[in-house]
Ligand binder design. Structure first.
Ligand code: AMP
Length: 205
């Protein structure tokens, strides 16, 4: 467990942080962050995929064997900090990887999990997406007791979220339409109309 700082040490640290530039703080964060250190090659990992922006590697404590973590190479703590263009690529990569993990392992399902903040169970404060291959009766559980509330309370919450969601504008986020994506869409349409077999990347239920 990490040692607690005395009040004097904490005050001295805060003073030091105040004097540092954002770049220096970013460097300090990178030195402390386990996933930044994996990206830098300072901590070993079992890599499954790498490009300029992302790294995917096996989780050291997997829910099932083949549980993959996909991290951004730059340090962001939580999802909302991610620039939209990167977020769009991130999701395409997770989709592509999950289809391949599903095929490679003969899985029967896939869970995509992404925790933000300690209250949500985030242990490593560097954005990461879990891709968990699933098998019948594998014993992995994501369960909760359904919360009960009066309809008025539910509606009050609904209205709060809707008010915040009003200004979302993703029209400007462009992801180039790759040939492959267009072909897969056409194939999907054929499948829907003729009942033809879907391609492997389409087999996830
Ligand atoms: P989360 O609870 O969403 O923050 O998940 C963090 C995940 O990172 C856990 O599933 C850990 O097993 C995994 N993890 C932590 N350190 C390492 C490491 N050095 N290599 C691979 N996975 C790790």
């Amino acid at each position: 467990m990490a040692e607690q700082l005395t009040p004097e040490q904490a005050a001295a640290l805060q003073e030091k942080l105040k004097q540092m530039s954002p770049e220096q703080i970013q460097e300090l964060v990178k030195k402390q962050c386990v996933f930044c250190r994996i990206v830098a090659g300072e901590i070993p990992s079992k890599k499954v995929y790498e490009d300029d922006n992302f790294l995917a590697f096996l989780d050291i404590n997997p829910a099932n064997i083949g549980h993959v973590l996909v991290v951004t190479k730059d340090h962001f703590s939580v999802l909302p900090q991610l620039p939209n263009e990167l977020a769009a690529k991130y999701f395409v990569l997770v989709k592509e990887l999950s289809a391949r993990i599903y095929d490679a392992l003969g899985a029967q399902g896939i869970n995509i999990l992404q925790n933000n903040g300690p209250a949500a169970g985030q242990e490593v404060p560097h954005i990461h997406i879990h891709i968990i291959p699933r098998f019948e009766e594998d014993g992995v559980r994501f369960t909760w007791e359904p919360k009960k509330a009066e309809e008025s309370e539910v509606d009050a919450v609904l209205n709060k979220i809707k008010a915040k969601a009003k200004d979302i504008d993703i029209k400007g986020v462009s992801v180039s339409k790759k040939k492959e994506v267009i072909e897969m869409t056409e194939e999907r349409e054929q499948f829907d109309s003729k009942g033809a077999a879907p391609s492997p990347a389409r087999r996830i239920p």
